[in-house]
Design a protein around this ligand. Structure first.
Ligand code: ASP
Length: 495
């Protein structure tokens, strides 16, 4: 097969990747060895007690609701969980007393410093993402030439996104039906955040409309905000993309008159990519900081293991599904993009590690564009396909939405017939498109799926504890899906 090979990584890039890998591995080691001490030093037991107290109160409330609805069995089940939660509160109180006795000043200082590194990296990425989306999309669109061609590329891109998203959902449904991770699950420590509780009455249509116009209390607005400058100021990537599409299209249609503006955007895009390359230097320390912080927040290695143990089958189902989908993406890349999947995967490694540490496709976008261009994807394809993909192409999220919804049904003992599975297939595909590329966004749009099939939205509480972990994995697959899309569309454009 005549393949378009990724350019061999230049020695500087290989070195960059090695540094990032060392940063990530070091983070896991530091988190495992020192995580619990830092968790104690950073007030972990206090936060755990607060959370557990809220959980116990919520159980009492849910039990009363169940009693009122005439479901005594459920009310008794929920009440029986309260003493177990109280026991856990006592354990954490003891840890709090122990922490007060130990000299933990150094660990606290070290944790603050490590968190600072992660924070700075994330801020740098977010700082650059809005201008990058604007310039790269305008450049990508204007270099496509006429409107007819632009429309065709747009349609191909959307078709690619829809098909791969649908494949991911089918895979998710198959995996969760085969493994059945939700059967016999213990939901004693499940807690539904107030935000989700307040939103759980939203209808499917209501949620979709919300994606378009935004929530009334959200200054960022939705896909179509009242004020694009305010929306961009709030890092509303979806609105920035839509505006860039319209603006770029209009510039392309303006012919010679639009040329000075096109030149300006090309120069600005060049400069912004230089800033991205500068930010890349900070990636090893940033990724180290983000990973250690997350491990510490969940309670060190012990906290991670406890959560993984409780929801191990769910983690396994999602991980296996995502792995198989990655293989599917590699096949697509090989067949339609005519590229060596292994090389392309290696070329995208820095972006994938950034996705794993930030849990955000949007924050990873600068890296994704940089890596894809380095791998030989043309600027016009990368500039057009990748920003669009970062918000609407979410294969990992689509797979996860299906797995999570069926998992919640299994845990609640609700049987799902073929009709319900079709509804899950359709809504999970839409929910993934609607989810913005930010951490744990998939959890909110999961409400669309649950409401559509009439599943208990409070079931989200069961997966809330582990979502931070699954979010990283699905974000990495989202980013890889975008990158494969860019390579496939690029080849099609070149043809
Ligand atoms: N965090 C994911 C992303 O940015 C979205 C999700 O929550 O599934 O791609």
């Amino acid at each position: 097969m005549n393949t378009t090979e990724a350019q061999p990584p230049r020695s500087g890039h290989a070195l960059g990747l090695i540094c990032i890998l060392i940063g990530a591995l070091l983070a896991v080691a530091v988190g495992a060895i020192w995580g619990q001490t830092m968790w104690l030093a950073a007030g972990g037991p206090e936060r755990a007690v607060e959370e557990l107290e809220k959980t116990a109160r919520q159980k009492e409330r849910f039990a009363e609701d169940a009693q009122r609805a005439g479901n005594r069995k459920e009310a008794d089940r929920l009440r029986a969980q309260v003493p177990l939660i109280e026991k856990e509160i006592e354990r954490n109180e003891a840890l709090r007393r122990e922490a007060a006795r130990r000299p933990l000043g150094f660990a606290r200082g070290a944790f603050e410093l490590i968190r600072f590194c992660g924070d700075v990296f994330l801020r740098m990425l977010l700082m650059i993402v809005v201008p990058l989306v604007l310039t790269s999309m305008v450049c990508g669109i204007t270099s496509l030439g006429d409107m007819g061609r632009m429309g065709k590329v747009g349609l191909w891109t959307l078709a690619y996104y829809l098909i791969t998203g649908a494949v991911a959902v089918v895979l998710g449904i198959a995996m969760v039906e085969i493994i059945r991770p939700g059967a016999g699950l213990d939901d004693t420590f499940a807690y539904v955040s107030e935000e989700l509780l307040n939103r759980r009455e939203t209808s499917v249509v209501g949620t979709i409309l919300e994606v378009v116009v935004g929530r009334p209390d959200d200054p960022a607005g939705g896909l179509i905000p009242k004020n694009i400058v305010a929306a961009a100021g709030e890092s509303n990537i979806m609105a920035t993309i839509l505006f860039s599409l319209l603006f770029g299209g209009a510039l392309a249609a303006s012919g010679a008159k639009g040329k000075p503006a096109v030149d300006f955007f090309q120069a600005a895009n060049e400069a912004i990519m230089k800033v991205v390359r500068l930010i890349l230097f900070f990636a090893p320390a940033g990724i180290f900081g983000l990973i250690v912080t997350r491990i510490v927040v969940v309670g060190g290695a012990r906290g991670v293991l406890d959560e993984a143990h409780l929801l191990g089958w769910l983690v396994l189902t999602v991980a296996l599904g995502l792995f198989i989908h990655t293989i599917v993406l590699c096949l697509l890349l090989w067949i339609f993009g005519r590229r060596n999947p292994w090389r392309y995967f290696a070329a995208m490694a820095r972006a994938l590690l950034t996705a794993l540490s930030t849990s955000s496709s949007s924050a990873t976008l600068p890296m994704t564009i940089e890596c894809a261009e380095e791998a030989g994807v043309s600027q016009r394809s990368a500039g057009f396909v990748l920003p669009l993909g970062a918000t609407i192409n979410m294969d990992g999220t689509a797979l996860y939405e299906a797995v999570a919804a069926i998992f919640i049904a299994q845990a609640a003992g609700v049987p799902l017939g073929p009709a319900a599975l079709v509804v899950i297939f359709l809504t999970a595909t839409v929910a993934a498109i609607g989810a913005p590329g930010i951490p744990e966004a998939g959890l909110v749009t999961l409400l669309i799926v649950l409401t559509a099939v009439g599943l208990p939205t409070a079931g989200i509480g069961t997966i809330l504890a582990i979502d931070w972990f699954l979010d990283r994995q699905r974000t990495a697959v989202n980013v890889f899906g975008d990158a494969v899309g860019a390579a496939v569309i690029d080849r099609w454009l070149k043809k």
